[in-house]
Write a protein that binds this ligand. Sequence first.
Ligand code: HEM
Length: 161
Amino acid sequence: MESLLMPFCRWLQATPWGRDIRTSLWAYPFIQLIHFSGLSLWLATNVAGDLRLLGYGNKLQTPAEVRDGLFRWNWAGFCIAVFGGFLLFSARATMYIRNPAFRVKLFMIIPVAVLWHIFVQAKSHRWGQTQETPAVAKLAGLIELLLWVAVVAAAVEIPSY
Ligand code: HEM
């Protein structure tokens, strides 16, 4: 897969924005800030929804109401995180694509976690109508929490390689 993606990575890091982010003093840290802000919003809204499924948090609303209330903030955070992540990747695409932690994060755990998130979000309407959620909803919320912990764990390992 690495050899398949390498031509794209070479092109990406030679684009004007890829070059500028790599060579500028302030651009990379500024985009890190964008990536971290987006993923904080994404992770915080996911954790709030999952904890509510597990029976913790805001008891004034049902789990379905919590998910619905956070829906826009949740996906806005995701779009910001992906945008920032893509720009960070553009700066040194050929380096990141060889990084095992980056590859595990982007091509294995994130796709599984996002698909699981969409499944849990869709099911929350049925599971979350009452204050007490069924055991299957609790399990689904716990699995989602663990998947996002795994994404962050892989991400923090990126600089070690
Ligand atoms: C939405 C889920 C995502 C989460 C939770 C996430 C999480 C993180 C975290 C916690 C870091 C900090 C690692 C550290 O320096 O300790 C990071 C860095 C980074 N992320 Fe993401 N990320 C996500 C999506 C993406 C996507 C979609 C991309 C690429 C298209 C990406 C590319 C990067 C890059 C290139 C770094 C910089 C690594 C470095 O040089 O330190 N991320 N991410």
